[in-house]
Design a protein around this ligand. Structure first.
Ligand code: SOE
Length: 383
């Protein structure tokens, strides 16, 4: 017997589309799941936008006030795809209303807001997850399997980049519904919360907790027109951030993120170096995982390039035949499928609010380190 999970999506921007696509694909590709999503309602302030979105993605209804959506008793799960400044208020209200919550990353603008959100879901005992989607790309999941079997041995180094170039133009504004990521009030921070948060989530998932950090940030364009006030205002987000750190396991981490790396649109990479082997991955070739095993026969030892498309690779038996790739959007489909599976099993669907709270601790320590010019401990408690 199938059971319905009636979704109420808030926000119909880029992430609203990726999540909606995830909900729509799951019944086709994961038909064995007991729980199946139903696109019950979508909510956004603009009636024109929300009705067009509802029609395009097949939502049964729409709202223009998220508070009304949360009150509806035909909604089981609230999916938060708004700018970051709305995450806490919506999540807390949704938890109080007993709804399950799927929240876009980063969990919140600040650690204090994130704490309130964790408290709210704990108190209400509602299911929750945060969309750190890259974990669910098959090659990244395979990296996790390899690390967990101990094949890399003791880890010495973890290196990660997330490079973009879309904010170099100094004439771009900040704020409004499109450029809210450049407005500190709406976003909380710049690349640290937006891009490094992904790197940190993946890093701690693969390599354990980050103990302390030393960071430097830069804001290259100091003032931009603010869409909401129509005035030229100081830019308070970090355009670029570089930090190094210690992990709990004794390894060293090196992270760089920027929106000013001309030519790079979304160059997300990581590399792990251990005593017995190394792994590296690059979002631009997302189905490939490179693996060096020092225990291979000396004559043929070298970097293996694993095209992670065989049916016995993580998630791949759900899609096409071996050798045929899947893409970015599938990470969201997999997250929906794993969330629905977790309803069956009763287990948590990682990363939970608590996991994302730990990531938020690192982001906050990074920003504090950059402003104080001192090392900062994170107090991460990674399980
Ligand atoms: C920013 O450009 C952005 O869209 C992030 O907000 C996403 O989280 C990242 O996956 C891609 O880049």
């Amino acid at each position: 017997m199938k059971k319905e999970i009636r979704i109420g999506l808030i926000g119909c921007g880029f992430m609203g589309r990726t999540h909606s696509n995830g909900y729509r694909r799951v019944p086709n590709f994961f038909p064995e799941l007991v729980y199946q999503p139903v696109l019950k309602a979508v909510c956004a302030r603009s009636r024109e936008k929300v009705t067009a979105f509802a029609q395009q993605w097949g939502y049964e209804s729409f709202e223009t006030d998220w508070k009304l959506l949360i009150k509806r008793d035909d909604i089981d799960a609230i999916d938060i795809c708004t700018p970051n400044n709305m995450h806490a208020e919506i999540a807390i209200a949704a938890a109080e209303a007993g709804k399950m919550i799927l929240c876009e990353k980063p969990l919140a603008r600040t650690l204090a807001e994130a704490q309130l959100m964790v408290d709210a879901v704990d108190k209400a005992k509602v299911k929750n997850t945060v969309w750190y989607n890259y974990r669910r790309l098959p090659a990244v999941t395979l990296a996790k399997k390899i690390v967990d079997t101990g094949k890399l041995g003791k880890i010495f180094h973890y290196r990660s980049n997330f490079l973009q170039d879309w904010t170099i133009n100094e004439n771009l504004p900040q704020g409004g519904s499109v450029f809210w990521r450049m407005d500190a009030d709406a976003a909380g921070s710049g690349v640290t919360g937006d891009l490094l948060a992904h790197c940190i989530d993946t890093a701690m998932w693969l390599n354990g907790g980050i103990r302390d950090v030393s960071a430097v940030t830069e804001t290259f364009v100091k003032q931009r027109l603010h869409e909401d006030t129509g005035k030229l205002q100081d830019v308070k987000i970090d355009d670029a951030c570089i930090f190094h750190c210690h992990f709990e396991n004794g390894s060293l981490g090196l992270f760089e993120s920027t929106r000013f790396a001309r030519g790079h649109k979304a160059l997300y990479t990581f590399e792990i170096n251990g005593e017995k082997g190394s792994l590296r991955w690059d979002l631009h070739d997302l189905n490939r995982l490179e693996y060096f095993n020092n225990e291979d026969d000396a004559a043929t030892r070298g970097w293996r390039s694993i095209h992670v498309t065989d049916g016995d690779q993580p998630y791949m038996n759900k899609w096409w035949v071996p050798g045929l790739s899947i893409g970015y959007e599938h990470s969201f489909v997999h997250q929906v499928a794993d969330f629905l599976k977790s309803l069956e099993s009763g287990e948590a669907c990682a990363p939970t609010f608590q996991d994302a709270f730990e990531t938020q601790k690192v982001c906050e320590a990074v920003l504090n380190s950059a402003s104080s010019k001192k090392w900062q401990t994170t107090d991460v408690n990674w399980k």
